[in-house]
Every structure is written in C-alpha cells, then in structure tokens.
Design a protein around this ligand. Sequence first.
Ligand code: PAF
Length: 283
Amino acid sequence: MKIYYNKKDLNSYVEGLKINKKTIGFVPTMGALHLGHASLIEKGLKQNDFVVVSVFVNPTQFDSKEDLIKYPRTLDNDVKLLSSISKNKIVAYAPSVEDIYGNHVKSTSFSYDGLEHEMEGRFRSGHFDGVGTIVKRLFEIVRPDKAYFGEKDFQQLMIIKKLVEKHHIPVKVVGCKIHRATDGLAMSSRNSRLKPEYRKVAPFIFKTLKTAKEKFDGNSANKVTEWIENQFAKHDLLELEYFIIADIDTLRTVKRKSNKKTYRAFIAVYADDIRLIDNIALN
Ligand code: PAF
C-alpha cells in the first residue's frame, strides 16, 4: 500500500487518477484507526475507484495542549489496518505539520451560520476553525469526489456540509452511521486511552442515550435532560459535561418540541481525563 508523506507526491498521484477519469473517495482521519474508520473506508471503496485516507493529528483543532500531546499516534498499525482492507485501492496521506501549515500553524476563522456556537463550539474554543482549516486544505490537496465523515461527530458533519456549501467546494459529503463496540460504546480513537475501569463503565453513555430516546416520546426535552443529569450526578466515574437535545438543522437546544422538527440528543462526558462524545436520533 502506498503512503505519501507530502502534498507534492500526493498531488502527482491524484493528477494521474484525474487524467484516467478515476473517482476518488476521501476519509480524513487523525489516525489511531479503528473499525469505525474501516466502515467509512469500505463505504468509500464501494462508491469510488480509489480511496485516500489522510492520517494527520491537526494541531489547530485542539483547545488543550495536553490533549494534543496525548492524542494517540499509531501510524504503523494504521497502515496495517488499511492494507488489510485493500492494498491497491487505498492510499494513505500522512503529512507533517509543515507540509500542511508551512511555518504558520494557525487556523482561519470561519462562519458556519451559527452552527459553530452550539455544543462543542461552546466547550472547545476555536475547535471548528481548526477543523474547517484542515478539512478545506485537505479537500484542496486530495480533490475528492466524495468525502466520508462519521455521525459520531454529528456537529462536525453538519459544519463540513456548511463549509462545502459556502465555499462552493466540489465534493459530496457523505455522513455515515455511528459504529459501536458490541457493548454500545461509540468507536473513537480516544477509547484506546481509557483505563480498564473507565472502559468498563463507558457503555453507560449509550445506555442512557437509548433511555433518553424512549423518554423523549412522552416527556418534554427539559424533563429528559433533567433525568440524564441525575443519572450522571449519581455515577462514580463518569462526569457529564453536557447533554443537549437539539434541532438537527440549527443544532440549537430545543425549548418546545414540534412534531415538524427532527431532534437529536448530544452528550459529552469525561471518563477520567478522556472526553467522550456520542449522540442519538430521537424522532
Ligand atoms: O474527525 C476527525 O478525526 C477530525 O476532526 C478530522 C475531520 C480528520 C479533521 O482533522
């Protein structure tokens, strides 16, 4: 399997595919690949001739230096996983920070019509400017026909769609269902850092989301939120950062339910110093 470490070499490869009228699927990642990534890549392979997977821990989207330093970096294992899926239809792009940012490791400021101010935007300052900066740059380098993003980062998915629309980027953004471990925990690169006692209790997050979905049918959003907050207040190991029921178009917290709208519940939880997020469709 081919790995490109700089954009110049990747560009020549992409140019060759374009000349031969081959379609390109793109899965941007920060590495520490897991079965969730594998499912995006497999979807990409079904819908395109080739798939480019970028592996780049993007410094500008971290609001905490410590989190950036501790983020798992496992390129050798990532390449093994990619090769096990396909040796000749997948290429990896694993650039250095310099290849992407030169000497200017800064994000551009983006407006996503307010989507950036909700949920993650409130708790992780500058996060979506960093995400927009890297994803736009990667789209310019990889020039994909389709790009695949998981619904675990649902707000990110909505923001990327907005980015593409506002900047007229010629790529189709495809959202993919959350991939879960058998005990329900949403797959995430951060899971590999969970200590065993925290990994054991982490499925509580999805379990409570499922109950919230059941309760949402006959209760107000406030009541469901209160119930969730109580569940976590009683929990010894997991600390709730937020639980929000939001309208999926605006991502604004719902005040009064309307049966014309579609809602999702979003949650962020600390398991020790590891921040886990998840979400569930409610109606
Ligand atoms: O979801 C991620 O892993 C990252 O936010 C992304 C989209 C690869 C940008 O760095």
